[in-house]
Design a protein around this ligand. Structure first.
Ligand code: HEC
Length: 123
């Protein structure tokens, strides 16, 4: 069976344990990442960032995640940038409970390791 761990993340901010997600065949992911994707869908981030994270009124997150540290990502999610049109999501239980997964999912998209569209759980 082809089973690949891809997307090693280097750099000081995303620490030594490598990529924050596990993916096989582009669409089978670990539970946390799957929850991140579900959160993305439930909160309809795509209406501003695009279904493929390619950007609409909001910036392309496939690019942003190459630059943002996990901390910066979390800060942006919690506080938003209301003056620029990014809502704050600190009032959303689903977002606050799935920040790691959301980060993992978007990082995987940005790395090109996770395909756009439907995901399923990696068994
Ligand atoms: C109503 C539109 C809207 C929605 C909904 C929205 N965003 Fe945003 N988002 C924006 C805009 C506009 C910006 C750019 C703010 C700026 O210029 O700094 C942004 C910025 C961001 C950034 C920072 C990007 C960067 O390059 O610094 C991240 C990460 C992000 N959004 C993630 C999300 C996620 C995840 C969701 C869903 C939970 C979401 N956004 C929902 C409009 C939106």
């Amino acid at each position: 069976m082809a089973f690949a761990l891809v997307g090693f993340v280097a750099g000081p901010t995303v620490c030594a344990d490598g990529a924050p997600y596990t993916v096989a065949e582009g669409n089978k992911v670990d539970k946390i990442t799957l929850q991140g994707w579900r959160t993305w869908r439930a909160l309809a981030c795509e209406r501003c960032h695009g279904a493929r994270q390619e950007g609409l009124v909001g910036p392309p997150l496939v690019e942003s995640l190459k630059r943002l540290s996990k901390e910066e990502f979390k800060q942006t999610m919690m506080k938003g940038r209301p003056e620029k049109g990014m809502p704050n999501f600190d009032g959303s239980k689903m977002v606050t409970e799935n920040l790691d997964g959301l980060y993992a999912y978007l990082k995987g998209r940005s790395d090109g390791a996770i395909r756009p569209g439907r995901l399923e759980e990696l068994k």
